[in-house]
Every structure is written in C-alpha cells, then in structure tokens.
Design a protein around this ligand. Sequence first.
Ligand SMILES: Nc1ncnc2c1ncn2[C@@H]1O[C@H](COP(=O)(O)OP(=O)(O)OP(=O)(O)O)[C@@H](O)[C@H]1O
Ligand SMILES: [Mg+2]
Length: 326
Amino acid sequence: MLLDHLDDQQLLFFGGKGGVGKTTCAAATALSCAQRGERVLLISTDPAHNLGHLFEHSIGDDGHSLSETLDVIEIDAARTTAAHLKQVEATMRRLSPPRLHKEIERHVQLAAHAPGTHEAAILERIAQLVDVHRTTHDRIVVDTAPSGHTARLLALPELMSAWTDGLLRRRDTADRLSAAARGLSAKDAAVAAASPLEQRNQELRHILHERRELFARLRDLLSDAHRCAFILVLTAEALPVAETIEFHHELTCHQGLRVPALVVNRRSPVDQGEFLARRHEVEEQHLATLREALPDVPLVQIPLLEHDIVGTEQLHDFARHTAGER
Ligand SMILES: Nc1ncnc2c1ncn2[C@@H]1O[C@H](COP(=O)(O)OP(=O)(O)OP(=O)(O)O)[C@@H](O)[C@H]1O
Ligand SMILES: [Mg+2]
C-alpha cells in the first residue's frame, strides 16, 4: 500500500506528468486516510479540475465536505488571481495619495497578465489554506498540475520571501534617510511617528511582514521531511521515467523536499494476451532505468484497470490495488 510508505506527514503533494493518474492517486489516498479516521483536506490546484467528476459532486473553490472526515477544495485559479489583485489594489490605494490611484489601477491591470501572477495567486491560496487547515486537519493532500508548473510553484515561497525582504529593507532605509534628512530630534520623531504618513508606512510594513511570515511558514513545512512529502506518479514509459528522474532530483536536491515513494500506474498485465505481456516486458526495461537512477526510492505499482475510475467505490478499489513491492 502507498500508505505504508508514508508516516504521519501532514502535507502530501502528488505530482507528475500530464494524465499519469495524479488526481486518481491523490483522491484514493485522501479517501483511505479519511476512512481510517484522519481528518483530511484534499486540494486541487489543477486548472482543469476533475475532483468533482471523480467524486460525482460539484465542489469548487468554496469547498465541499464529502463526509465527516473528508473535505475537498478545487482552487479556482481565475477567481484566486482576481481576488488577489483586488486585494493588492485596495491595499495600494489605501496606502497612497489619491493622485496615484489611476496609475495603481493601470499597474494592477497589467499585472493580471504578467507571467507568474497566476502562480503567485495560487501559491498564496495554498499557503493560506494550509495555514488555516493545519490546525483543523490531520492531512492536507494536494493534487497538483503537471510537473513543470509544480516545480515553479514550489520555488515561489523562496522568491516571494526574498522579494518581500527586499521591499522591507528598502522601506527601512528610506525611513532612516528621511528621518536623518529632516534632522529629527527624539521628540520630533515621536510627533512624526504619529503622522498619517508614518501610520501608512507602519501598515505597509505590517502587511509585508505578515506575507513574509506566511510564505516562511509554508517553506518551513515544505522542507521538513517529517511534516511534508511529495509523491511522484508516472507510467512505465520512456518519457515519464526520464521526467520523473529529473523531477525527483529537482525536488530533493534543489527544493529540499522528501519523496518517500514513486507510484507506477497502469502496469500492463502479463496474463492477458501476448500484446500486453510484451508491453509488460518493455515497461520492465523502463523501470530498470528508474531503479538504477533512484535505487533507494520504493516503487508502488498499480495495474491498468479495465475502466476509468469514478466514484468512491472505484476509488477504494483503486487504493486496494496498490502493492508495495519493487
Ligand atoms: N490504473 C488505471 N487504470 C485505468 N485507468 C486509470 C488508471 N489510473 C488512472 N486512470 C484513468 O486515467 C485518466 C487520467 O487519470 P488522472 O485524471 O488521475 O490523471 P492526472 O495525472 O491527474 O491527469 P492531469 O495531468 O490531466 O491532471 C482518468 O480517466 C482515470 O480514471
Ligand atoms: Mg489531474
């Protein structure tokens, strides 16, 4: 069982190439954990959501409780980005003089289409969801979009923290310089501190600081092997194998994440005719490459099933099919 390779890490990510079975594995794992009494939150970050289809229930960004122990949320990327930008604009307007408001509006409109905005908004939503639900849920399972996207997403906390730090440093230097330029005495400084300008500065610093702390907490959680794990899902074919080796390297060496197991999905049967038996042989060759590159990572293999997996009954069945041998 895949669960045998997991400890009680609170945050579980499922990633891998397009169409290999990430959503099915994430949902089956969430369901198994919920069934054994854990309080579970399953989050989908993939814009092409299909958790709703899988659980045969409409879910959406506000989330839905499928049972007493299983909650599901599909992050709506467009809504998240719009809400994120609206919040940024409101904050900037509140903190700047009215003559700049038109300019701010223009900047925010441009930002809506800038590369990275979308990912930053999704990351902020994940960070907030994790922050809120880490105290209410035993497990948070995240079904991610195909690999490239996810690697960038995980590199973001670092980037966003660095960016916020830079802004805070610039603010501090500017404040010190302007106090010095004005030759403020301690008494003058006390009066200046109560001025509307200084209050706005304080508020801005507070907002930046909170954001920094939010991303720092997510980063801490991501890089703690006892609290976070990343499961890579693949099929036993040349390209998914090559990409998994690269992705594993990126996650473990560059991001400091732990990958406790790989799920090899859709294994062809050996006893259903010659064609599939030959395919099984070819798959074995690809898995040999995988085992050689990553000798210490356990493989959990799942057979190719006759049908698509839809509904809790079939998800249970899917979870039962996982076997832990290498
Ligand atoms: N072992 C299996 N046997 C048969 N069908 C499977 C198996 N695993 C997954 N499927 C089916 O394959 C399809 C793709 O699976 P899934 O949606 O989980 O992949 P994904 O990696 O999340 O895809 P995407 O990258 O598009 O998000 C689904 O229809 C699912 O029911
Ligand atoms: Mg998916």
